[in-house]
Design a protein around this ligand. Structure first.
Ligand SMILES: Nc1ncnc2c1ncn2[C@@H]1O[C@H](COP(=O)(O)OP(=O)(O)OP(=O)(O)O)[C@@H](O)[C@H]1O
Ligand SMILES: [Mg+2]
Length: 264
């Protein structure tokens, strides 16, 4: 699939869990090679949007296409990698080495007719190398620092060899330096390997340097375009004076007056 071809197409997508709509008339397209940042306040529908794209929630038929195919028909799940929000706490009871965790990323590629082989071992090694934790592969995942664990989770999804990677606030529970390094890794994968990335984050400032496009989501899509043109009034409207819980970092006001206005 050449660069510029649509990887995700969303057209007029609305969704509600109950009576209240959570998403209203969302339309956007992610091209191959894009690095899209999705920002918005708590409850703005970011996780819901990712789950709809992944088929984890039922999208109305005809509203979502993946790799040019209607979502209802799309069967090649291994092409899409997903790092869910708060992945860490849910998996804490799992005793395993880094290499074992990363090997789990191959599961979507295996079947009864396609058992583990040398290509799988190579993919695991390549993923460990890509996030620079090869030397930690024998260690128990729970002995690692938060930032190292975060890299291991990223390696796991990279071992799957996805063409599209969706990450929902992947840097919870890591310090700002580890967060910056993690986003640097994503940028490298995007720029050097052409991986298409959709990253949910708590604010623009954190991700403005890495992303090529930004989506501002609060039930409706308030802005979709390059980060440089996402102006302060848009961010004001997006957060409407609300404070945002920076998952893992406590509370902070958003947006800050310095962001937007072409500072990215
Ligand atoms: N399983 C569910 N059942 C009912 N309502 C839900 C469910 N999941 C989410 N919601 C509601 O849908 C709305 C959007 O939630 P969502 O998790 O998509 O927001 P978000 O933008 O990811 O927020 P956050 O920044 O806190 O992660 C919220 O009002 C939430 O309470
Ligand atoms: Mg969320």
């Amino acid at each position: 699939m050449p660069i510029g071809e649509a990887v995700i197409e969303i057209e007029d997508l609305s969704f509600s869990y109950g009576a209240e709509p959570v998403l209203e008339k969302i339309s956007l397209a992610v091209q191959r090679g894009d690095f899209l940042g999705v920002i918005g306040p708590n409850g703005g529908g970011k996780t819901t949007l990712l789950k709809l794209v992944l088929g984890l929630l039922p999208a109305p038929p005809g509203c979502v296409r993946l790799f040019g195919q209607p979502l209802e028909m799309f069967k090649e799940r291994a092409r899409v990698g997903y790092v869910r929000q708060r992945a860490l706490s849910l998996e804490q009871r799992f005793p395993a080495t880094v290499e074992e965790i990363v090997s789990l990323g191959r599961v979507p590629r295996l079947s009864r007719w396609r058992p583990w082989g040398s290509a799988d071992t190579r993919a695991v090694r390549a993923a460990l190398r890509a996030v620079e934790i090869e030397e930690l592969r024998e260690r128990s995942i729970w002995e690692l620092s938060g930032g190292q664990q975060q890299r291991a989770w990223l390696a796991r999804v990279l071992a799957q060899e996805p063409e599209l990677l969706l990450l929902d606030e992947p840097t919870t529970a890591v310090d700002p330096r580890a967060e910056a390094e993690f986003y640097g890794l994503l940028e490298k994968l995007n720029r050097e390997q052409g991986l298409t990335v959709v990253l949910v984050s708590h604010d623009l400032e954190t991700i403005a340097r890495q992303v090529t496009k930004i989506a501002c989501l609060n039930k409706r899509l308030l802005y979709y375009g390059v980060p440089e043109e996402c102006s302060h009034p848009i961010l004001e409207e997006l957060y409407a004076g609300k404070r945002v819980l920076h998952h893992g970092h406590g509370w902070a006001s958003s947006p800050s007056p310095s962001q937007g206005e072409g500072t990215g």
